[in-house]
Design a protein around this ligand. Structure first.
Ligand code: ACO
Length: 317
């Protein structure tokens, strides 16, 4: 497959670190030095499906197609207001497409998993133009009295359209069942027969454990992919990493012995937008003219599961 169009949508509400100081025992200095984040965009009056629809329409237009040309939609999403139907089904109706749709939950790695699935579907001849979308509102999963977590996240939606081509040089997906370092639990509706204990709780994260696992797993995925493709770290124009924390990105750049100019970021302005972070950043780079035909980019993500996903793409637009 190859990427033929990109799009993104951010919520209107900008929340700066100074605004958080107004109701949390935190400081701009703590947040900036620990995470690199200075502000984030948060859903307020919008619905996530509105952002997902806007990003999708922009990607389809950028691809020079219409919604009628899309013959499959894969949406990466962890939570939204609907448990069912899937967000992709809602977006299909909103954009006026007619194709089959599916949501996947690969946490912050979901966009890479979705791209990989799209490639399989195109290779098998089952689809020609696929909308791959990541729409996330992680700010609705955290306790807003928990200063260690709520300062980290932002909301948004990013999308790409892919079709047949030689853009995917390699990909790698891994999963290690590991519930203890990052999870979010919701109690389902009661029935007269439930005898087990159940609970709802906001997101739990062991930040230090996630930090270590993220640096190690992303570095490993990058090395495996580069070796397999016979490429050197400097052959990659941009490393588009999951935007969780500036220090994680710096640690990986350091390990690869590469200058930070190869590591574009949006975490400072958007916070951690879960699986939307990579397509949001990709669209920003594409629309600002920073990607040229023939450039190689490496995308690498990690998230709850523990999942990791990485791929090398040649920019063909
Ligand atoms: N403001 C001020 N102080 C704070 C805040 C805050 N917002 N949050 C925590 N603190 C305090 C803590 O209470 C603690 O105080 P204490 O020493 O008196 O107990 C102190 O700061 C240090 O806290 P730590 O948790 O040890 O801080 P650390 O340096 O580990 O940074 C952080 C925390 C930023 C979460 C870091 O561990 C991290 O980035 N981890 C990776 C997180 C990540 O990448 N998550 C996303 C991956 S998966 C996904 O995207 C869903």
């Amino acid at each position: 497959m190859k990427i033929i169009g990109t799009g993104r949508a951010h919520p209107a509400k900008v929340v700066t670190n100074a605004m958080l100081e107004g109701f949390l025992d935190t400081s701009d200095e703590w947040i900036r030095t620990r995470t690199g984040i200075t502000e984030r965009r948060l859903i307020s009056s919008e619905r996530l499906e509105d952002l997902a629809t806007e990003a999708s329409l922009k990607a389809i237009e950028d691809a020079g197609l219409t919604p009628a040309d899309i013959d499959y939609i894969i949406c990466s999403n962890v939570v939204n207001e609907y448990i069912t139907p899937a967000l992709s089904c809602i977006v299909q109706g909103a954009i006026g497409a007619k194709c089959a749709c599916i949501d996947i939950n690969g946490a912050c790695s979901g966009f890479i998993y979705a791209l990989d699935m799209a490639d399989d579907r195109i290779r098998s001849g089952k689809a020609r133009n696929i909308l791959v979308l990541a729409a996330e509102e992680p700010t609705r999963m955290v306790d807003w009295e928990d200063r260690a977590l709520c300062v980290l996240f932002g909301d948004g939606a990013g999308a790409v359209v892919v079709s047949g081509g030689d853009g995917l040089i390699g990909s790698r997906l891994t999963t290690q069942s590991k519930l203890d370092c990052l999870h979010y639990v919701r109690r389902l509706e009661p029935t007269p027969y439930i005898t087990k204990e159940e609970y709802s709780a906001p997101m739990y994260m062991n930040g230090k454990e996630v930090f270590k696992t993220a640096v190690l797993s992303s570095s490993r995925d990058i090395k495996v992919l580069l070796d397999k493709a016979g490429l050197k770290p400097s052959d990659i124009k941009y490393y588009i990493l999951h935007q969780a924390n500036m220090r994680i990105i710096e640690a990986i750049a350091n390990w690869l012995k590469l200058d930070l100019e190869h590591f574009p970021t949006n975490v400072e302005r958007c916070g951690n937008t879960s699986s939307a972070s990579i397509p949001l950043l990709l669209d920003e780079l594409a629309r600002s003219g920073k990607l040229q035909k023939g450039d190689k980019i490496l995308m690498s993500a990690f998230g709850a599961g523990f999942t990791t996903g990485a791929c090398i793409i040649e920019w063909t637009k």
